[in-house]
Design a binder for this molecule. Structure first.
Ligand code: AMP
Length: 400
């Protein structure tokens, strides 16, 4: 496998550049379900950048040099690329997670100048994400100009939603300017749908709701494996309560803050992106682990409100699907918090979910797990999401 001196395995580099981290993984180009190595740089922008490399299992990564504590996104990506190069990996293509693909991209595509320009044009719709996704693409190009690069969009999975689900009831000129619901976490929904399709003897049931519950959180209604409705909208601010985002909020609140409190746009944006959600409700933390460990009433209330919103929004998606054949938990909270899962399953009792204490305590593994009681009217599953694997598969397909 890739150490200098051996014959390197042709591989695909997957890059997921977030607001403060760069995650990367290498996959075998001939069998993109096989991950060769994975790593992460976190704390970018905090002055305390940390690299996490799997030294024990992959001796090759000892060729990586030191990474400066104040490294930028660009510096972190250069460090990854140079480290992989020195380690002798034969990288055939790079696949990137790109959060917002707007209306232009209904599938992954090869990056060229026009694709880059469109990702840049969409920055105002995903300020926390698209700039870093674009910077990763440009940094790779500057170091390895001939390497094929593939963009995989979080919005693309939702291109199957009917117009009635994506249209906002606004005047025509605004709708024509692209102001509509898009939806996000598409790579995660694709990953979960693929896993369940493989795992369940009868394949994916017709009407399924997937709850991607992490620092960002959304629900997606899948009909025969295709997205027909989702809780995020024009931006990833809509829908569920998230770590620092409020989700669904009466637009009148925004008007009130602008008109009556004279709040500036930048301040308002920070309030909605960084100060609300679980953090705003609890006044303690955006992190579910911290809230679950806290005895404070405000922490308990924040967790309850998080679950309550999910149960309510599930009702809306059940109506859009015309019924429900399965409910799925994924994401950092969905895969790890038995308490949150239990509260939501109780809330979905009217749909026949039921709670099996032991099954719900299980840890998410490589394969999907059924966590509802045997014979429950509504089967509930826990599935570990793997967005990087979806990107690797799409990249391999597009460069083949
Ligand atoms: P993600 O954005 O998918 O990485 O998920 C991050 C969220 O998952 C944070 O709120 C974490 O607190 C939460 N999380 C991770 N592990 C656990 C755990 N064992 N119990 C509860 N929440 C967890």
């Amino acid at each position: 496998m890739g150490a200098a001196g051996n014959t390197p395995t042709p591989s695909i580099l997957v890059i997921n550049a977030g607001s403060s981290s760069v995650k990367f993984a290498l996959y075998d180009a001939a069998a993109p379900e096989n991950r060769l190595l994975t790593g992460q740089v976190s704390g970018i922008g905090t002055g305390a950048v940390e690299a996490d490399l799997p030294q024990e299992t992959h001796k090759e990564v000892q060729n990586f040099g030191e990474l400066a504590g104040d490294a930028s996104h660009e510096a972190a990506i250069c460090w990854v690329l140079e480290g992989l190069e020195k380690s002798g990996f034969a990288i055939m293509a790079a696949g990137h997670r790109v959060v917002h693909g707007g209306s232009a991209f209904s599938a992954a595509c090869r990056v060229d100048a026009s694709v880059e320009a469109e990702i840049e044009r969409l920055i105002p719709l995903a300020r926390l994400h698209n700039p870093h996704n674009l910077s990763a693409i440009r940094t790779v190009r500057s170091l390895w100009p001939d390497l094929p690069q593939i963009a995989c969009f979080d919005t693309a999975f939702h291109a199957t939603q009917p117009e009635i689900a994506t249209t906002l009831a606004l005047p025509g000129e605004l709708r024509e300017a692209g102001i509509r619901r898009y939806g996000f976490h598409g790579l995660s929904y694709q990953s979960v749908a693929n896993s369940l399709q493989r795992f369940l003897p009868g394949g994916l049931p017709d009407r399924v709701i997937v709850a991607h519950l992490g620092n960002g959180a959304s629900l997606c209604a899948l009909h025969k494996g295709k997205s027909i409705a989702t809780t995020m909208g024009f931006t990833p601010l809509d829908g569920l309560i998230m770590g620092t985002r409020p989700g669904l909020t009466d637009p009148g609140v925004i008007v009130y803050l602008l008109e009556e409190q004279g709040m500036e746009a930048g301040r308002l944006s920070h309030l909605l992106q960084k100060e609300s959600g679980l953090l705003g409700l609890s006044g303690i933390s955006a992190d579910m682990r911290v809230l679950e460990a806290s005895d404070e009433a405000a922490a308990r209330f924040a967790v309850e409100a998080f679950c309550y919103r999910i149960v309510r929004e599930t009702g809306s998606l059940v109506a859009a699907l015309g019924g429900l054949d399965g409910f799925v938990f994924t994401g950092g909270i969905g895969e790890n918090s038995a308490r949150v899962r239990g509260r939501i399953m109780e809330g979905l009792g009217w749909l026949g979910a039921g709670v099996d204490g032991d099954a719900n305590q299980a840890r998410a593994g490589r394969e999907p797990l059924a966590i509802s009681p045997a014979g429950a009217r509504l089967p509930v599953y826990m599935v570990r999401t793997d967005e990087e694997k979806v990107i690797a598969a799409e990249t391999a397909r597009l460069v083949a």
